[in-house]
Ligand binder design. Structure first.
Ligand code: GTR
Length: 384
């Protein structure tokens, strides 16, 4: 059965550039009243909030941050598999609202050498954190690689916040803290919940003197990259937002319908996006937004998008175009000199500029040491 299903689903997938519709994208700079936005003030007070509202209503759903209490329980762990080069802190972040509470476990590895406060990468992980950190270096979260370059490496497992599962996704903050969201057409779903989790980690960073919260990057791969973008968009405390191979509902332009489509993602992962997003199944052109506008909301803070050549499902070209178009806010509103080529380059390359970075690497869909190397290079450049 599974084979029959995936074969028929594949038939609708387009990997042919010639079949990509002509792109008619909503204008970044014209607001709801038809005014052209030119200044940072108008962008920040009008256009950016308008765009965030559109993404809330139609794509990711609400990101409620009201709660009654938040507490951090911090434990230093002297013995762990990475103790030779890193100190490990476990932080239980407990949030309560209306007499219910929920705990997210954050792990923070910081360099053994150097004084700090350390700039930090937070990985939103949909892979099992116990497995990733329990043994030798894992490329998805390469603790040695990160700390040896002077950064703290932090991680939490999305399952603490909202399990990555069609049925059980309500088992975290949705049932416990924000049950009213479940019945709303623009109610919070998985990706918004994961973004919420990353924001609570930032709340903790702000209290920890060994962490430089002004130099914090939120990082995600694929579904985690979608959540990282949504997190960075809403929460300006993040200096850098990194989305690796985030694809459909992440960096990739939805209207290209190349690789994964909205209909497909809403069918397989209905619990990631808000119910309203289902209206756009097969009707991408009806969306009042596209993903370049999400990247634009990050400006002028830094954004990093990465793609892999064999990852057509995520539409590498669509990810790049979205960055290129979104970057217009950096150059035209904030006067940051950015030059990204018009022509998409299908070969191995890296584009690292002030505030905006991209790389395309060889190989398959994954987050690997090569990606981290480029992400860290880019981050160094921003904090120079
Ligand atoms: C796929 C999904 C993508 C992406 C990916 C991942 O199955 O279709 O949107 O999220 O999983 O997270 O690795």
């Amino acid at each position: 059965f599974a084979i029959v299903f995936s074969a028929s689903a594949q038939q609708n997938v387009n990997y042919d550039e010639a079949q990509v519709p002509d792109l008619i994208l909503p204008d970044l700079f014209v607001d709801f009243q038809g005014n052209r936005i030119i200044t940072p003030y108008a962008w920040e007070s009008k256009r950016r909030p308008e765009l965030l509202k559109l993404f809330t209503e139609h794509v990711y759903g609400q990101l409620p941050i009201d709660f009654d209490q938040q507490s951090f329980e911090v434990v230093d762990i002297p013995n762990h598999p990475h103790a030779e080069y890193a100190n490990l802190k476990l932080v239980n972040i407990t949030v309560s609202r209306n007499s219910n509470s929920q705990t997210t476990r954050l792990q923070i590895y910081s360099p053994k050498t150097g004084k700090g406060p350390f700039p930090v990468f937070l990985l939103i992980s949909h892979r099992d954190v116990e497995k990733l950190t329990g043994d030798t270096e894992n490329q998805f979260f390469p603790i040695h690689q990160i700390v040896s370059r002077g950064y703290a490496a932090a991680i939490f497992d999305v399952k603490d916040v909202s399990p990555d599962d069609k049925i059980r996704f309500t088992d975290g903050i949705l049932n416990k803290l924000y049950p009213e969201q479940l019945t709303l057409p623009d109610g919070m779903r998985g990706l918004s919940a994961w973004a919420w989790g990353a924001m609570r980690a930032m709340d903790y960073f702000e209290t920890d003197k060994s962490i430089d919260e002004q130099k914090a990057s939120v990082v995600g791969h694929s579904r985690g990259g979608k959540a990282a973008l949504w997190c960075g968009a809403n929460d300006t405390r993040w200096a850098i937002t990194v989305a690796n191979e985030s694809g459909c509902g992440g960096a990739a332009l939805s209207r290209r319908k190349f690789g994964e489509t909205i209909a497909r993602i809403n069918t397989v992962f209905p619990y990631w996006f808000t119910d309203n997003f289902k209206k756009y199944n097969g009707l991408e052109e009806n969306l009042p937004l596209d993903q370049h506008q999400l990247i634009a909301t990050l400006a002028p803070r830094a954004v990093y998008i990465a793609s892999a050549m064999e990852d057509s499902w995520s539409d590498p070209k669509g990810e790049y175009l979205s960055l290129k178009l979104g970057a217009k806010v950096y150059s035209e509103i904030y006067q940051i000199p950015i030059s990204l080529p018009d022509q998409y380059n299908y070969s191995l390359h890296t584009l690292h500029q002030e505030s905006v970075g991209y790389h395309l690497r060889e190989g398959k869909h994954d987050l690997i040491g090569y990606d981290w190397e480029k992400i860290i290079d880019f981050t160094n450049l921003q904090f120079d």
